[in-house]
Write a protein that binds this ligand. Structure first.
Ligand code: SAM
Length: 269
């Protein structure tokens, strides 16, 4: 049975130290932690970072941490749901706004995608995210061209993602049903315009719409375009018509979006 709120606590000192090492913190770093739980990671992070703000949904856990850390100046434990909190306001109040803050967290797995998405799209972007996630999800997010899923494209459009190390389930208590991995997501400095991004994801969703179909079939049925026309467009940007969506790189998806935009195929219907 999965635990309520993904409450599997990390009990392995070596894993904890490896996460902190990978975070590569200095006194200039501000860190946001999601789901501090019993505070094992929080404590280590606060020893190395300039400031740690941790957001915990569980009222009892948050109160215990607030008591435990009440004399530690560079820590702030907030009792809230990370997906419902007014994130820009929290970041402003804690002076995270004008610096490249980092996220370091052993996150609750039931909300992995919404958490990552939130921090890839929020107003004040982090510099990087070091996250413990379910092993299979880590592999999907960090996959290379040839195995890209819609999740991988969604992350790799905004960031470079790297799988750092695996963590066995026995490192946690209670022991969860799945193994884990720590991934590093470093946000790209250059962001595309909002309008382009919306079109990009429209094309990506269309390309991935049916798993077994070819890219040509998916694009033509989802975007309501003639198959021969789609084939010709793909050929012009150097993509073979028998390729599948998972074989396209982020650059390929961008080229395809630009081309379809130029051909007026992405006007809202
Ligand atoms: N960081 C601790 C550790 O490494 O032992 C706990 C990690 S545990 C996998 C995930 C934590 O996230 C739990 O403490 C849980 O209560 C908290 N949590 C679950 N959903 C949350 C949410 N929506 N917002 C903030 N915290 C949440």
């Amino acid at each position: 049975m999965p635990t309520k709120l993904g409450q599997n606590f990390l009990r392995d000192e070596t894993v904890l130290n490896n996460i902190v090492k990978a975070a590569n913190l200095s006194a200039n770093d501000f860190v946001l932690e999601i789901g501090p739980g019993e505070g094992v990671l929080t404590e280590k992070l606060a020893r190395q970072a300039g400031k740690v703000v941790a957001v915990e949904i569980d009222k009892d856990l948050a109160e215990k941490l607030q008591n435990k850390f009440k004399n530690i100046k560079n820590q702030n434990i907030i009792n809230a749901d990370i997906l419902k909190i007014n994130l820009p306001k929290v970041l402003e109040q804690n002076n995270f706004v004008n610096l490249d803050y980092k996220i370091v967290a052993n996150i609750p797995y039931y909300i992995t995608s919404p958490i990552i998405r939130l921090f890839l799209e929020t107003v004040y972007l982090p510099k990087e995210m070091l996250l413990m996630v379910q092993k299979e999800v880590a592999e999907r997010i960090c996959a290379k061209v040839g195995n890209l899923s819609i999740l991988a494209v969604s992350v790799q459009y905004y960031a470079n993602a790297e799988l750092l190390f695996f963590v066995p389930k026995k490192a946690f208590f209670p022991v969860p049903e799945v193994d884990s991995a720590v991934i590093k997501i470093v946000l790209k400095a250059k962001r595309e315009e909002k309008e382009f991004t919306e079109k990009f994801f429209r094309v990506v969703r269309a390309g991935f719409s049916a798993k077994r179909k070819t890219l040509v079939n998916n694009l033509s049925s989802s975007l309501r375009l003639d198959k021969a026309f789609v084939k010709e467009i793909l050929k012009q940007i150097g993509i073979y018509s028998n390729q599948r969506a998972q074989e396209l790189s982020i650059e390929d998806w961008k080229k395809l979006t630009l081309k379809l935009k130029m051909e007026n195929c992405l006007v809202e219907k």
